[in-house]
Design a binder for this molecule. Structure first.
Ligand SMILES: *Cc1c(COP(=O)(O)O)cnc(C)c1O
Length: 355
């Protein structure tokens, strides 16, 4: 008897390994540093805004997410038609592949990079082309440009790169874009853009305005601390944003998520204070690790990367003992989010002892 069979590519989809919750240890506060979450609670006013929306849960959300589109358009001075909101930027990445790739088309990205990329690509029946990052964790943009073929539809540039940490510079991005054929879509994944502090940083908005084939993806999950609500947005030229909206899940972004995002956008000052504090903690952690002899890559997101090879599992276990849970990538290394001061202190202790 034959049974319904999913497309062959479905069996090939790699699993998404979510960051583990911390092990509960009696008498010890445990910290989750495995998912690059924001350790701060929601910004002031956000919970109240959400509570006001909860009572309308019997109604569908505003399908056009009008208030959120208007708020984003005003904040970034872009036309509403150049925006697409979605259920996190993971949702946007799925939609981009769905909208631009036929089965067998190629999507080029750095590796290791964000683990959702090969999942989204495989789910759509497209083909992942992974270009190894350089020894210092940076994108090898020359090799990525070289990897473009007649089948390439999308190149994903993850900056800062999750999980290794470095960001590309504007000069590097410009040189890269000059080499990419105009029919290939370049997605600049700026999930951590708010945390970037470097010379010659990418100006994503200026870049998309200069190129017909560039789209930015951003999220409320990291700097804004709304990971649990699933809301992200893309900024790109009209036809690209329109394609994204066309394939979007109807009513995907819930009422409470829309309200939380709008309220968060209005709270820029408080947001920036928190981001500054996290950046200061990042600097403290990176300096501490380097003082202890660790050769960690440049960290431009809210996390640090430890290249550990076959010591990865041991490092994760040592961290767990100390009450912090990290995100191990078996045989490669571990990514550790910048969290509460106490959690960061523990990371420094664990790392110094492990070295
Ligand atoms: C966290 C992350 C995202 C976004 O996640 P959402 O919660 O789906 O918005 C996107 N790209 C990268 C590289 C990330 O690390």
């Amino acid at each position: 008897m034959t049974t319904p069979q999913p497309r062959a590519n479905v069996a090939e989809i790699p699993p998404y390994v979510a960051g583990k919750p911390p092990t509960v240890r009696p008498g010890m506060t445990s910290y989750k540093l495995s998912s690059n979450e924001n350790p701060y609670p929601p910004l002031p006013g956000v919970i109240a805004a959400v509570q006001a929306g909860v009572v309308a849960m019997n109604r569908y959300p505003d399908m056009g997410a009008t208030m959120l589109y208007d708020a984003l358009a005003e904040k970034f001075d872009v036309p509403v038609g150049h925006l697409s909101v979605a259920t996190g930027s993971v949702g946007l990445i799925y939609q981009l592949v769905q909208a631009f790739c036929d089965p067998g088309d190629e999507v080029v990205f750095a590796w290791r990079s964000f683990e959702a990329y090969p999942i989204a690509v495989t789910a759509a029946g497209a083909t992942s082309v992974r270009v190894p990052v350089l020894a210092d964790g940076r994108h090898d943009l020359d090799a990525m440009a070289d990897a473009i073929t007649d089948r390439t539809k999308i190149v994903l540039v993850c900056t800062p790169n999750n999980p290794t940490g470095p960001a590309v510079t504007q000069s590097e991005l410009d040189a890269f874009l000059a080499r990419v054929p105009s029919h290939v879509l370049v997605v600049v994944d700026e999930a951590y853009v708010e945390f970037v502090r470097m010379d010659d940083p990418v100006d994503g908005l200026a870049t998309y305005r200069r190129h017909e084939n560039v789209v930015l993806t951003r999220t409320f999950s990291k700097a804004y601390g709304l990971a649990g609500f699933r809301v992200g947005y893309a900024v790109g030229p009209d036809p690209i944003a329109a394609a994204l909206r066309a394939v979007s899940l109807p009513f995907g972004v819930s009422t409470v998520a829309q309200l939380a995002a709008v309220e968060s956008l209005a709270r820029q000052e408080e947001l920036l204070e928190r981001v500054e504090a996290l950046v200061a903690e990042r600097t403290r952690v990176v300096n501490g690790l380097r003082d202890a002899g660790w050769d960690v890559p440049e960290a431009q997101g809210n996390f640090v990367w430890f290249e550990l090879g076959d010591r990865t599992a041991d490092f994760a276990a040592a961290a767990d003992e100390a009450g912090i849970v990290v995100r191990p990538f078996a045989g490669e290394g571990a990514r550790v989010s910048i969290g509460e001061v106490e959690a960061n202190d523990r990371l420094l202790q664990v790392a110094a002892a492990f070295r």
